[in-house]
Ligand binder design. Structure first.
Ligand code: ZN
Length: 120
């Protein structure tokens, strides 16, 4: 059995169902599991958007979520070796910047709509 078939049957065992849609990347049939569509060939979650807006919304969410992960990792690296010394202005500046970006990100992610520049 090929890797793809094996992966597909693993997904099916976990309750995934076959769909009539195909992967936009490789053209393989998509499986649906818990409302999420996965491609057993790419072994990735696939977002099927009905409209351009939906696509933009979904992809910006993924990008923002990834960015948040990176930021949290950076923050944890910065503070990983104990408290940041207050005289270390460089580290504090960096931390301040990370936290403020994170704050904006949380705002965007909690917003149901597509992130966009406001107040212009
Ligand atoms: Zn695929």
């Amino acid at each position: 059995m090929s890797d793809v078939m094996k992966r597909a049957s693993d997904y099916m065992k976990r309750g995934a169902k076959l769909t009539s849609e195909t992967c936009p990347v490789c053209g393989y049939m998509l499986l649906e599991m818990e409302g999420r569509k996965v491609c057993p060939q790419c072994d990735k979650e696939v977002i099927v958007a009905k409209t351009r807006e939906e696509y933009v919304e979904a992809s910006s969410r993924i990008v923002l979520t990834r960015l948040r992960e990176v930021l949290l990792e950076n923050i944890s690296n910065l503070t990983g070796e104990g408290p940041v010394p207050l005289e270390n202005e460089e580290a504090l500046d960096l931390l301040d910047r990370y936290v403020s970006i994170l704050e904006k990100l949380e705002g965007l992610l909690s917003d149901k709509r597509t992130p966009h520049v406001r107040g212009k």
